[in-house]
Write a protein that binds this ligand. Structure first.
Ligand SMILES: C[S@@+](CC[C@H](N)C(=O)[O-])C[C@H]1O[C@@H](n2cnc3c(N)ncnc32)[C@H](O)[C@@H]1O
Ligand SMILES: [Zn+2]
Length: 278
């Protein structure tokens, strides 16, 4: 049998789950036809050749470019965040994960990996950076990738059983709208020692050397019952190539001459997982 193209695969997937989509412009229901999504008011969104859909009206230039997402993808694929993946997968294992959203999915590796291990009907990755979604769609076929704004996502109310939000901004009003009554939100935030070997070099002597996430936790609690929180801690030995990917892909080094950062090992992975329910 002929292998379906990425675009055909995506079209089949979207047709099957069309009830999940709504127009980001007028919020009407959508239909899938002729390689595009169209609402009752004729707002149209084309499927790209790689199978993703751009559903923002005006693309926004973000601080993240193609080479950053490619570096991020190589680093994640090398296993840098494996400990985080193991813990998220075990949190999801005993739950209904039919419809999963990765909000701010970047280049898609986390979601793709999670979908390989949990039962699901549909996984959707949304990010505002087109370069991230293109990189995701090029590499992974097991999710639907969408360029979208977390402030106004193209999905119906109560569409998802779980929302994952890893090291990305949140929009809690929108998450509350999107999550089923029985659903959960899993937010991952940096812990005080996250990438401390880089922070020590970049922020030496300033008050940014450490990091507290208590404000983030307090805000999360304004919207959700915090049912569980757990730490993720690992010390990861990187090759020099992987270290270079790390300094290239982290927002920490923005505006900094990368050649001024010295190779150090191991690197501390210190994160906190917050689990919330409505
Ligand atoms: C540090 S990256 C993390 C990406 C991914 N979750 C990961 O862990 O590799 C933050 C991501 O949030 C995305 N982002 C920022 N604002 C957004 C918004 N309003 N809507 C959707 N995505 C957004 C960025 O484009 C970026 O890909
Ligand atoms: Zn519309």
């Amino acid at each position: 049998m002929k292998k379906l193209s990425k675009k055909e695969l995506a079209m089949n997937r979207i047709e099957k789950h069309i009830d999940l989509f709504q127009c980001p412009v007028c919020h009407e229901t959508m239909s899938a036809d002729d390689s595009k999504l169209t609402c009752q008011n004729r707002h149209m969104f084309d499927l790209a050749k790689q199978g993703y859909i751009n559903m923002v009206q005006q693309s926004k230039k973000t601080q993240y470019d193609q080479s950053l997402f490619e570096a991020r993808q190589r680093l994640i694929q090398s296993g840098f965040y494996n400990q985080l993946m193991i813990q998220i997968e075990s949190l999801l294992q005993s739950r209904n994960t039919d419809f999963l959203l990765d909000a701010g999915c970047g280049e898609g590796s986390h979601l793709a990996q999670i979908l390989d291990t949990v039962d699901h009907q549909l996984g959707v990755g949304v990010d505002i950076a087109k370069e991230g979604i293109q990189t995701a769609a090029k590499t992974y076929e097991n999710a639907q990738w969408i360029v979208g704004d977390l402030a106004n996502t193209p999905f119906t109310d109560k569409a998802f059983d779980a929302i994952i939000n890893i090291l990305s901004p949140s929009n809690y009003q929108e998450f509350t709208r999107l999550i089923k009554d029985s659903g959960i939100v899993i937010k991952v935030v940096p812990g005080p020692n996250y990438l401390k070997e880089l922070r020590e070099q970049i922020f030496a002597g300033t008050n940014q050397e450490g990091y507290s996430n208590e404000e983030t936790v307090a805000r999360f609690k304004q919207f959700f019952h915090l049912t569980h929180r757990e730490n993720v801690y690992d010390e990861v030995t990187l090759t020099e190539g992987q270290f270079h990917d790390l300094i290239q892909m982290t927002p920490l080094t923005q505006g900094i001459d990368l050649s001024s950062i010295n190779f150090v090992e191991p690197i501390t992975l210190d994160l906190e997982i917050l689990v919330g329910k409505k």
